[in-house]
Design a protein around this ligand. Sequence first.
Ligand SMILES: C[S@@+](CC[C@H](N)C(=O)[O-])C[C@H]1O[C@@H](n2cnc3c(N)ncnc32)[C@H](O)[C@@H]1O
Length: 215
Amino acid sequence: MADITDRRSERYAAEHSSPEPQHLVELSALTIESSPSHRMMVGRLEGRFLKMLVAISRAHSVLEIGTFTGYSALSMAEALPATGRLVTCELDERHASIAQKAIDASPYRDRIEIRRGPALETIALLPGPFDLAFIDADKGSYGAYYEAVLPKMSSGGLICVDNVLWSGRVVEDGTDETDPDTTAIKAFNDLVASDPRVECVMVPIRDGVTLIRPR
Ligand SMILES: C[S@@+](CC[C@H](N)C(=O)[O-])C[C@H]1O[C@@H](n2cnc3c(N)ncnc32)[C@H](O)[C@@H]1O
């Protein structure tokens, strides 16, 4: 993944944000050490951003699509009240097992539930409503996740979508239009920006996060 913001500015922003708790320092180190795909993890700055969104929206019920090793789920769970709940969807058994271990070893084990299997099937079984949803799984399904989640949001709920700048490929002239993920993200971004059902703002943090509120 290429950097959207200057790397030194990104590091400076992280260093001038509240620190991550020790269990996330350890999970981050384990993920970097054990997974070649570790850059999928939202990391310190976006993790603090997600926690802040849960806190200021006073979310009680959170849905995450794309658990990986559990970093973003654990970041958001920090801001949930004791009775709050976060359901996170993961297809890959190995990722789900690593995440489950990290969740079990954290203070938030009672707030987070991993649902294994294809996220669209899981979402169809969940009644909602969700105060906050974080979409961060396979990019080709972003449109389908958005349509599946939108009717399940509570009034005033917030949908957050990761990687909407896709390392800058969405704005590159002459981008290889055959890259299906770039094509899917561009189509998704166009859909949301012109969707009269919602208002949205794209925030260029890390790989880009769009915040969406149903009207
Ligand atoms: C970008 S990673 C998520 C990163 C995570 N939010 C974090 O910050 O650590 C995407 C995850 O979605 C999972 N995934 C891909 N397709 C999926 C599907 N159809 N249903 C559920 N999970 C899926 C992948 O296995 C991967 O673990």
